[in-house]
Design a protein around this ligand. Structure first.
Ligand SMILES: Nc1ncnc2c1ncn2[C@@H]1O[C@H](COP(=O)(O)OP(=O)(O)OP(=O)(O)O)[C@@H](O)[C@H]1O
Ligand SMILES: [Mg+2]
Length: 423
């Protein structure tokens, strides 16, 4: 500990013309200001409170323990009733500002200034009213809390002076630092836990849906088959007129819609998607899907541009499932452009051993928030949507050991990137 700090401080007190015989009166913060500051130091004060009692019973003489902030404001005080009352006359009260300018030589301002533990004993103080006192301060700076600074300080009688107080204060400052770090790590773990829990909820949704799916699909497909059969019989009747044909057409398209719903639903829900795979030329698989979707796209004033390499792109895959993925993505892209636009379907072979598929639209795009949710089953923003299309895609691509990435900006369109490993 460098005592020249104290000597230099004494010089400054003389220059300022402080009278050593007059007990200085510190500035004291207004209650509101103090409450605000205490709020910022809330967890530090809570922890020092825990350690305070241990320090107070260190020696057999009365001790006052103070916590200050980085501007030397006393935020908290500990000690027995008697001593707390007697130090009030020295200006040692909650909210008092222990600046050198007003208070002369004091360990709080010295510790903050030099960022070191400081002790000042008896006559080393500038003011004579402190001639029988021993003061100790240890500064703190907690990086994890945005570099929050302050001191832990002890005031006791000179006869009670021992460097053990500095050791005790140092130990508390360190313990509080460790505890703050632990709390921060805990917070991170809590957040991680929350994310994991959300994922578990999603996978539970899958398994619950899985159990329901088989029965559900069966129950719906049975009546569908008989309705389809009867419709066919009616269509073959000789007395069918023009109006009936229109009605049959509506019934038939509605049946097709229900059938798609059931197929999608089972696709998401089935614990495992079919593993039958063969070598297919993706250039053809995708090309067929583009042709298939072209007529629906034209009705919606959408043009589908297909960009594929000149040569074949072979991949071990389930072609029907890949077609299902393309259908869902193109369907979504068309639905994202109610006023028409262009869709680019691009296929390429990466040197890194991957096949890339890109489906890009010029629709309304999505926010970051929405992007996080779209792959979850049953998430939909469409009046007649089921929110299953993308879940089916994800399932299929993951079953092919691939990945889906979404690039989207609100108002600027969306691109789905699919990466499938060749090996
Ligand atoms: N290309 C896209 N542009 C903007 N939003 C999209 C796009 N694709 C999907 N979305 C959003 O993601 C949601 C979920 O899509 P998903 O395909 O899973 O279900 P859906 O289209 O709503 O219903 P369906 O089960 O009939 O496909 C959509 O409702 C839409 O809000
Ligand atoms: Mg969809």
């Amino acid at each position: 500990m460098n005592r020249s700090y104290v000597a230099a401080c004494r010089e400054r007190c003389i220059q300022r013309g402080l009278d050593p015989e007059i007990i200085p009166v510190p500035n004291v913060l207004a209650v509101n200001d103090l409450t605000e500051r205490k709020e910022r130091y809330h967890d530090i004060l809570e922890m020092t409170n825990f350690f305070a009692n241990k320090l107070l019973f260190f020696g057999k003489y009365p001790v006052v323990l103070c916590v200050t902030d980085g501007q030397a404001v006393i935020l908290d005080m500990y000690g027995d009733e008697g001593i707390l009352q007697s130090v009030q006359h020295m200006g040692l009260v909650l909210g008092a500002v222990y600046r050198e300018q007003e208070m002369g030589i004091n360990t709080v301002s010295l510790a903050l200034e030099h960022n070191k533990p400081i002790k000042v004993l008896g006559n080393e103080h500038y003011h004579t009213y402190l001639a029988e006192s021993a003061c100790y301060s240890v500064p703190f700076c907690y990086e994890g809390r945005g570099g929050i600074t302050g001191t832990l300080s002890i005031l006791t009688t000179l006869e009670n002076a021992t460097d053990m107080y500095l050791g005790g204060l140092l130990a508390v400052v360190e313990s509080v630092g460790r505890e703050l770090l632990l709390r921060k790590q805990n917070q991170k773990l809590c957040m991680l836990n929350q994310i994991l829990e959300e994922q578990i909820i999603v996978s539970e949704k899958f398994s619950a849906v899985g159990k329901l799916a088989a029965g559900f699909a069966h129950e719906i497909r049975n009546p569908l088959t008989s309705i389809s059969g009867f419709i066919q019989l009616l269509q073959e009747k000789e007395t069918v007129d023009y109006k009936d044909i229109q009605y049959f057409e509506i019934i038939r398209s509605e049946l097709a819609r229900i059938n798609k719903l059931v197929t999608d639903f089972v696709g998401v829900a089935k614990p495992e998607v079919s593993t039958v795979r063969q070598k297919h030329d993706l250039k053809n698989v995708l090309g067929e899907m583009v042709v298939f979707m072209q007529s629906q796209a034209l009705l919606c004033k959408v043009e589908i541009v297909y960009q594929a390499p000149d040569t074949s792109v072979f991949l071990e895959c389930n072609d029907m499932q890949i077609k299902q993925v393309m259908l869902n993505l193109i369907q979504n892209a068309i639905e994202a452009m109610p006023d028409g636009g262009q869709i680019i379907v691009a296929l390429s072979e990466e040197e890194t051993g991957f096949v890339s598929i890109r489906v890009q639209d010029e629709g309304g795009g999505m926010t970051e928030e929405k992007k996080k949710k779209v792959l979850q089953p049953f998430f939909t923003t469409k009046e007649n949507g089921c929110g299953l299309g993308l879940s089916v895609c994800l399932r299929i691509i993951e079953n092919h050991q691939g990945q889906i990435e979404i690039d989207s900006q609100k108002g600027k369109g969306t691109t789905f990137h699919i990466k499938l490993p060749k090996g």
